[in-house]
Design a protein around this ligand. Sequence first.
Ligand code: DON
Length: 361
Amino acid sequence: MFFVLDKNNLLSLIESKIFLMKKSALKLLLLFSIFNCPLAVDALHAQKKSTIATDNKITEKVLQDILDTNKHFATQGKVADYIPELGKMSADAIAFSVVDTNGKVISVGDINKKFTMQSISKIIALMVAVQENGEETVFKNMGYFGSDKPFNHFGNLEITGKPLNPMMNAGAILTVSMIQGEGETAFQKVLKMVRFITKNNNINYNEAVYLSEKETGHRNRGMFYIMKNSGLITGEENQLDNYFKQCSIEVTAEDLAKIGYFFANECVRFDGDATHRNTDLSKLIQSQMMVAGMYEFSGEYARRIGLPSKSGVGGGITVSVPSKMGIGVFSAPLDSHGNSVAGYQMILDFSKRFGLNIFTQ
Ligand code: DON
């Protein structure tokens, strides 16, 4: 069964709905938008934004509640120890940080706890590589694919000759090799960008984690040499060291929230600094976060949370709420995909409470 509404029916239906609305401004906006008035459409958009705007409701108390409700999930995960230094991380530390639409930072939990970025560094390296070489050059040698495989999968290097995407290890190793400069210059550029985005010059890499990665990263070394063999990579192994070093950059959950905010807002920093403003680049990074940022879990993650996100085996996840906020979480125990268990649950809870899933906007 279906109904056909003529114009009069439609108007009376609208009027009856408007009657129920409390704010007279909203009534006007709705009427104007029906008659396609551009001014009204703009105003309606502003109204929609402000309806979604959650800033006054995002308080330390709310974040603390989310953290307390979900911290027990950490017991379901396991701290990564395939890089021995990572295994030393406390399983109990947990932090949750949000940069709201006004750039205000709100954080709870172990907010001073530092952990290594690991794969989250891949979005920064991608940004620097694209800034220097252009997207076309960078993606000439790798795909935009999502994946049903773990982060260290590289079977496709044999089949297609190219990494699947810049989020998985093979593509990330290739990406940092494309950043110009000798020795550790490429790594220094990634570090400089992390410092800029977070406005935190104290950020550095953890030497012990770096050495541990270098010593045990045989699989990554294998990928490096397969790509060198096929001519995708022309440099020497110091380029691989740059990848290990970028993974070892230490941050806090607050730094991750600032990174999430940056990519959510056209590469404009949380304090409004627009030095790197680039709408297109932010779309590229967020699209890669969406399709591959959580590896083989990305599809289900998109279904459940619906926000561009990037995880690292250090236990961090950075989230971009497009055109709005940044979220940073930390809790070291991981699920079988290498994503923080309690971190995922905190983001899910927050996203549901504030209706942030982009597919429901
Ligand atoms: O290449 C590795 O094994 C690590 N340094 C980074 C992997 C990682 O963080 C995967 N993310 N969940």
